[in-house]
Design a binder for this molecule. Structure first.
Ligand SMILES: Cc1cc2nc3c(=O)[nH]c(=O)nc-3n(C[C@H](O)[C@H](O)[C@H](O)COP(=O)(O)OP(=O)(O)OC[C@H]3O[C@@H](n4cnc5c(N)ncnc54)[C@H](O)[C@@H]3O)c2cc1C
Length: 331
């Protein structure tokens, strides 16, 4: 085990959770994290990171996804006391005028300390008149803190960071015993995987220190308090759009929808804007594959829920490798 050479491709939230899991389970492994982008250059750095998986997340059996979600929740929760990990508790509302099923979440209802129906007064919050609503206490992972924290921790424990783009897995042949592929949207080309598609999203940050709770509705609209008085406003979901430019029409639509949801936002100033492409795959890929003589463990395609589910999927990916490792004396 002491000579185990491991590569992890991708330094987003999935890759960073993966390197930390490997360090925990293979203390003597030599781990190289390979990416040509780190921290604020990655997609994962931008979003607000509310812990809330979509109820259809992953397209995999519900019990399996439940395990991944539960693992992630407790993993993040344990990091709250660590300074600069970027994890905190947050509470707020999800509203809908469409269907009650939208405000329910089978992964969260029995997991979170509080997940309840919104009462009549809450359904009329800010002079709105919602038909359905839920109130819950969950976690917020601010990746602008979590990613640097995780990267520092990885390096402190002997991990190696390498700035490189990998265009073919075969370039890694003979160099590593196993390669974890956490390249998100990059897997479209790297694995020639036509099932990976971008879902474009745009976010605004405003200064609104009076907002203390999150507010979501079913029109892809949310208002999420971050740190230092900043509040994240979102979003849009545009399938197969690769447009990385800020779109002024999206900006106007997001701001208007957020003001409808929480009218006091109208008095806030836009501080910054951001665009990201969610790495969507109808079934996210979490499996082992042999390419030539290389053992690859794929972990990509988390769509709009990668921050929420990364610890759980990373844990499962490492479990796959541990199982293989136990059955192979060489490693
Ligand atoms: C507007 C918006 C809001 C969101 N809100 C939330 C939320 O509230 N909660 C939530 O859970 N999720 C949310 N998400 C989704 C979340 O951001 C993603 O699911 C997550 O960041 C994906 O992480 P990743 O590590 O797979 O991808 P990435 O962060 O993109 O990391 C992949 C890395 O792989 C590298 N790479 C790619 N190809 C190669 C290659 N060939 N060689 C080397 N390196 C390579 C890339 O440079 C990149 O750094 C949101 C997304 C958006 C756009």
């Amino acid at each position: 085990m002491s000579n185990l050479e491991v590569a992890v491709l991708g330094a987003g939230i999935v890759g960073l959770n993966t390197v930390l899991q490997i360090q925990e389970h293979f203390a003597n492994a030599k781990i190289t994290l390979i990416d040509d982008k780190f921290n604020n250059e990655t997609l994962s750095y931008g979003p607000a990171g509310i812990f809330r998986p979509g109820t259809q997340f992953g397209g995999l059996p519900v019990d399996f996804v439940k395990q991944l979600v539960e693992y992630s929740y407790y993993y993040y929760k344990n990091l709250i006391p660590l300074s600069n990990s970027g994890i905190s508790q947050i509470s707020g509302y999800l509203f809908s005028n469409t269907a009650e099923s939208i405000v329910k979440n089978r992964f969260l209802e029995n997991l979170l300390p509080v997940y309840r129906h919104a009462n009549t007064e809450e359904l009329h919050l800010f002079n709105n008149s919602w038909k359905f609503g839920s109130y819950f206490e969950t976690l917020l992972t601010q990746c602008s803190l979590f990613l640097p924290w995780a990267l520092n921790r990885f390096e402190e424990y002997g991990g190696i960071k390498k700035k490189q783009r990998i265009n073919n897995f075969r370039d890694l042949e003979g160099k590593f015993d196993v390669v974890f592929n956490c390249t998100g949207i990059g897997s479209k080309d790297l694995c020639n995987d036509r099932h990976v598609i971008p879902i474009r999203g745009q976010l605004l940050k405003v200064y609104a220190p009076w907002i203390k709770k999150f507010y979501y509705n079913d029109l892809d609209t949310f208002v999420i308090p971050l740190r230092e008085g900043l509040v994240g406003l979102g979003t849009c979901k545009q399938y197969e759009s690769y447009n990385m430019k800020i779109d002024k029409h999206d900006t106007a639509s997001i701001f208007e929808r957020c003001v409808d949801l929480v009218p006091s936002i109208a008095n806030s100033k836009i501080i910054s804007e951001w665009v990201g492409l969610r790495p969507y795959r109808h079934i996210f890929r979490l499996e082992m594959e042999n390419i030539a003589k290389i053992k690859i463990i794929h972990n990509y395609g988390h769509g709009g829920y990668g921050i929420t589910t990364a610890p759980g999927t990373a844990h499962h990916a490492v479990k796959l490798f541990r199982k293989y490792h136990l059955n192979n004396s060489k490693l």
